[in-house]
Design a binder for this molecule. Structure first.
Ligand SMILES: [Zn+2]
Length: 379
């Protein structure tokens, strides 16, 4: 089934080489979460040259390109994130072979961003949105402790005017349509400490933290409140082998795709911390991340977003993407009952590793699928 006009198809074919060059250029501009400045400047200039004359960078380092925005019309947002999980500030050099482009961050989310940029230029130069205004956004802080800062800023600035959000992220095989919420903490235990021999018997922070971890792992996750999980991801502490540890800390998170599951874990977690404190143990808790679950976005609108994305991807790649839950920029709109989905436009692997790659042959079909979605959604 042909979803695109011959003009749009011609544009995609003619832009394939440029898309790959744009991807390589973006890959070379480091963009750890909170440090997206250079990549954001490049994207702003690119959008302006592509016809988005009102493009600006907001307080969260989002690059926002408004197209036919007016106060009386609802807005549809198309976004892809600029940040990567890698802290490196020295440029990466992508490795190109016949089959692949390899580079940290190439798939998550640089290739999706490049496809959105090239597709947005076609829209701005050849199409008119009907009945809605559009924001093309290269957003910040999707990853890890970026804590969805970019998406939050966008929803704060345009919230009630936004009718739908499509965030391009991940691979062609999946569409995230339900938000996995999470709470993340740094938890520290402190004690007086002392000499391991002379002061034997005093409380040891490592011992107490270990007990705390054991107690947290005794929590039985509910089996009737979505899919709920927890994890201790890092521990550190202590001074030396002959010192009663004065401090020990860990990073802990729990997640659920159901608000009730997240609420259950929150309560259980607080109870454990209260119990330890009531025994006179110095436990310090710092929340370092919070991602909300889905609320109740309009079901009909969700279906339309999902079906349109599935058809577009199927038509140009032969892959019918499945629907699933995940932690993405869509968490914020979904938590506000704003319909949002997160489709991917490329094939590849190794996301969040230094061996990350994408398949070059997926770039052009992904661009066509992106164009098909944009044209369908602005109608
Ligand atoms: Zn991503």
């Amino acid at each position: 089934m042909e979803l695109l006009s011959s003009k749009a198809l011609e544009y995609a074919e003619a832009s394939a080489g440029e898309l790959e060059q744009l991807l390589l250029t973006l890959c070379r501009i480091p963009a750890p979460s909170h440090k997206e400045d250079e990549r954001a400047k490049f994207c702003r200039d690119w959008f302006i040259a592509a016809g988005g004359k009102d493009t600006y960078i907001d307080a969260a380092k989002n690059v926002v390109c408004p197209w036919h925005l007016s106060e009386d019309k609802p807005i549809i947002v198309f976004m892809a994130h600029t940040d990567t999980v890698f802290p490196d500030l020295t440029p990466f050099e992508p490795v190109v072979t016949d089959e692949r482009i390899s580079c940290p961050g190439v798939g998550d989310d640089t290739a999706n961003l490049a496809a959105l940029m090239v597709a947005s230029r076609y829209m701005m130069q050849h199409e008119l949105p009907i009945g809605c205004g559009v924001l093309f956004v290269a957003n910040s802080c999707e990853e890890g402790l970026g804590n969805l800062k970019g998406s939050r800023q966008l929803m704060k600035d345009y919230g009630s005017r936004i009718r739908a959000v499509v965030s391009f992220d991940g691979y062609l095989e999946g569409i995230t349509h339900q938000a996995v919420g999470s709470h993340r903490y740094r938890i520290e235990v402190r004690t007086e400490g002392g000499h391991s021999y002379a002061n034997f018997g005093r409380p040891n922070a490592i011992h107490l933290l270990s007990n705390l971890i054991g107690t947290l792992y005794d929590i039985k996750v509910p089996d009737n409140m979505g899919y709920t999980t927890y994890n201790v991801g890092c521990i550190e502490g202590g001074t030396s082998v002959n010192t009663i540890a004065q401090n020990a800390s860990m990073l802990y998170e729990y997640r659920s795709d159901d608000r009730a599951g997240l609420g259950f874990m929150h309560q259980a977690f607080e109870q454990v911390i209260d119990d330890f404190r009531s025994k006179g143990i110095d436990v310090r808790v710092e929340m370092i991340g919070e991602r909300p679950c889905s609320g109740s976005p309009d079901a009909g609108m969700m279906r339309w977003l999902e079906n349109t994305a599935q058809q577009a991807v199927k038509a140009y790649t032969g892959i019918l993407p499945g629907l699933g839950s995940g932690s993405t920029d869509c968490n914020i709109p979904l938590s506000m009952d704003i319909p949002a989905i997160c489709p991917g436009l490329i094939s590849g692997g190794g996301a969040h590793t230094r061996e990350e790659y994408i398949l070059r042959k997926s770039l052009l079909p992904g661009l066509k699928a992106c164009l098909a979605m944009l044209s369908a959604y602005v109608k």
